[in-house]
Design a protein around this ligand. Structure first.
Ligand SMILES: CC(C)(COP(=O)(O)OP(=O)(O)OC[C@H]1O[C@@H](n2cnc3c(N)ncnc32)[C@H](O)[C@@H]1OP(=O)(O)O)[C@@H](O)C(=O)NCCC(=O)NCCS
Length: 236
């Protein structure tokens, strides 16, 4: 294990700057509120069979309202502390919960791992691709060095999402997915770097449609160079 490098770590972006609410063309991505607990309970119970093969946490469903409240309160406090940004995917028009995603601390030292799931009835509509485009833009434009997605080698639908967005396939990492007492599972890992975001054929349309807001509802600057501009502003 290497000792921390103060020179490099001093440049590490502040994870608490991740917006509390992200709006895309069709979606709202936001941290859960306690009042979402009943919706989370109903949606997770209804989608248990759809999710459980690749999302082992779904084995716990169905859960009670109090169990979901405890879960949501935990998500909320981790989000507010900038430790793990677990978000619901909500339909922008109706407000209905249609999936989950987030920017999670992952294997990458300066980046985030993006996870995702969508309810069965909204699969195949491009909503997950839309969410992943938005989260990649947010993370990389705010100065994080990399976004990573990993999935089971047999999860072809998940792989298609990141292939579509031009993530680079890094390869198979053996025994890299741990859940409870299960035997470790292999994952395939994909990454996107800042220069690849800027060179992508989707960044311009995503930039035009994605808006981020902080906890007070103030807009977050997601334009190219936003991170350098804000670092310069905060220099003594
Ligand atoms: C993996 C999973 C998230 C993929 O969801 P998805 O709906 O297939 O992904 P997208 O939202 O990007 O939709 C892609 C599909 O929508 C279509 N589509 C329609 N409009 C689109 C648009 N504007 N942009 C992109 N795709 C669009 C694509 O052609 C594609 O269709 P196809 O599946 O017939 O090829 C979903 O299958 C799931 O939740 N599985 C269970 C949980 C899971 O495995 N999570 C991932 C763990 S790593």
């Amino acid at each position: 294990m290497c000792p921390p490098n103060p020179t490099v770590d001093a440049k590490k972006p502040d994870p608490t700057r991740i917006p509390h609410r992200i709006e895309t063309q069709r979606l709202v991505l936001r941290c859960y509120e306690p009042t979402d607990a009943e919706t989370v309970r109903v949606v997770c119970a209804a989608n248990r069979e759809h999710l459980v093969e690749f999302m082992p946490w779904a084995r716990a469903d169905p859960q009670t309202l109090d169990e979901k409240l405890e879960l949501v309160l935990g998500f909320r406090s981790q989000y507010d502390a900038g430790k793990n940004h677990i978000m619901g995917i909500f339909d922008g028009a109706t407000g209905a919960l249609v999936g989950g995603t987030g920017l999670h601390p992952g294997a990458a030292r300066f980046g985030f791992e993006i996870g995702y799931w969508i309810i069965a009835e909204r699969e195949g509509q491009g909503l997950v691709s839309e969410a992943v485009r938005a989260l990649s833009l947010v993370a990389l434009r705010l100065g994080h060095g990399m976004v990573t997605v990993r999935m089971a080698p047999e999860n072809t639908r998940s792989e298609a999402v990141v292939e579509r967005l031009g993530f680079r396939r890094e390869g198979l990492v053996r025994n890299s997915f741990l859940f409870g007492d299960d035997p470790p599972r292999d994952t395939v890992q994909f990454t996107l770097l800042p220069a690849e975001l800027e060179a992508s054929d989707w960044v311009a349309a995503t930039e035009a449609s994605v808006r981020g807001f902080d906890a007070l509802g103030r807009p977050v600057d997601l334009s190219r160079g936003a991170e350098q501009a804000s670092s310069a502003d905060s220099s003594p």
